[in-house]
Design a protein around this ligand. Structure first.
Ligand code: FNR
Length: 351
């Protein structure tokens, strides 16, 4: 088994068809933001405390009233069957085994009911939603997620226009291959909706209010970067936000998420949990995000690399690597639990 997420990516690259690898790995336009998400973590340095000696660390976290054994969630990524024939079923099994929360993409290639079955009772599933041009479709998706037992609705707000991913254009990778579909839309949307992801270009706070009136599920907004939007989110009664730039796949040259996090966390001021995704590849990245105000992080591509390399066992290994690395980094920073990870443990590297 690979010893790091970077090794997982290298192996996945060897195994996946080149156009699928590019679809997963790629970002928008010049991929400035894609690279920045990872490199910004590299510009931060940890400043550890010593002589506080925690013999063991507690990595558990409670989010929206749900307990997870680690502060790393599975970010919603579409089309897992591109990486493995059993797709999201295996991801769910691995998440359940790790005690991690899985955010299922609206564009999953296995239906949400089957994902819930595969994960079993113990798995906390959150459902990611793109608000659809047709509200009846949006509402039907929400009901489907509720019936399947999903425990939160993650509304992605950074895809009102599709980012231009030039690798996909070069490779002619526009449609799902024959036999793969967005299964959650089957029976809900027309043929087009089952073949490709749609999202309303008119998305506004009114949609968020309407969703709150539609469902009792807690709503988490994914794709916020600006502190003023985070303040608006609190005002509109959402239960959490995920600082995200869609893994650099939408607005190129957007800030790295770890650089945007401190101002968002300050604006939210503990009123709701702030999560982050984008470029998390090591346990030290997790600790840096916690220090800068995140309650937890999520990982997108690493999960797909794990799936491509070794199915459920690969995803489990990716999660366990992150758990193990986070545990070690916490210990070396003198922290016994996540609450002890304070702002002073991170500094910008001198130029
Ligand atoms: C995504 N992402 C995404 N986000 C979302 O809200 N719904 C989706 O269906 C998808 N699909 C998707 C597919 C692929 C192949 C990738 C790489 C990403 C974005 C995802 O949730 C997350 O924001 C980023 O992947 C986080 O960055 P890292 O961890 O991949 O660097």
């Amino acid at each position: 088994m690979p010893l790091s997420i970077r090794e997982f990516e290298a192996l996945a690259r060897d195994r996946l068809p080149a156009d699928v690898y590019d679809f997963v790995a790629g970002g928008a336009e010049d991929e400035v933001t894609l690279r920045a998400n990872e490199s910004a973590f590299g510009r931060l340095r940890l400043l550890p405390r010593v002589l506080r000696g925690p013999a063991t660390r507690e990595l558990g976290v409670s989010l929206l009233g749900m307990d997870a054994t680690m502060p790393v969630l599975i970010a919603p990524t579409a089309f897992h069957r591109l990486a493995h024939p059993e797709g999201e079923k295996l991801t769910a099994r691995a998440a359940a085994a790790a005690g991690a929360i899985m955010i299922v993409s609206m564009g999953s290639t296995v239906a949400i009911e089957d994902i819930a079955d595969a994960g079993g009772q113990s798995l906390a599933l959150w459902f990611q939603l793109y608000v659809q041009p047709d509200w009846a479709v949006t509402e039907a998706l929400v009901r489907r997620a509720e019936r399947a037992g999903c425990r939160a609705l993650v509304v992605t707000v950074d895809l009102t226009v599709f980012g231009r991913r030039e690798r996909d254009h070069r490779n002619g990778f526009h449609d799902l291959p024959e036999g793969l579909h967005c299964e959650n839309l089957r029976g809900i949307a027309g043929e087009r909706g089952v073949r490709q992801i749609e999202s309303t270009p008119e998305l506004s706070w009114e949609h968020i209010d309407r969703l709150r009136a539609t469902t009792a599920l807690p709503i988490v907004l994914k794709g916020l970067m600006h502190p003023l939007d985070a303040v608006m989110a609190v005002g509109h009664g959402v239960s959490g936000v995920i600082v995200s730039n869609h893994g650099g796949r939408q607005l190129d040259t957007a800030m790295a998420t770890i650089d945007a996090l401190p101002d968002v966390a300050e604006a939210v001021n503990g009123r709701i949990p702030v999560l982050l995704d984008g470029g998390v590849r090591r346990g030290t990245d997790v600790v840096k995000a916690l220090a800068l105000g995140a309650s937890a992080v999520a990982v997108g591509r690493p999960v797909i690399w794990g799936l491509a390399v070794a199915g459920a066992a690969g995803v489990t290994q990716v999660l366990e690597l992150l758990r193990d690395e986070t545990d070690r980094a916490l210990g070396l920073c003198g922290c016994a639990c996540l609450h002890e990870v304070t702002r002073d443990l991170v500094q910008a590297a001198p130029c």
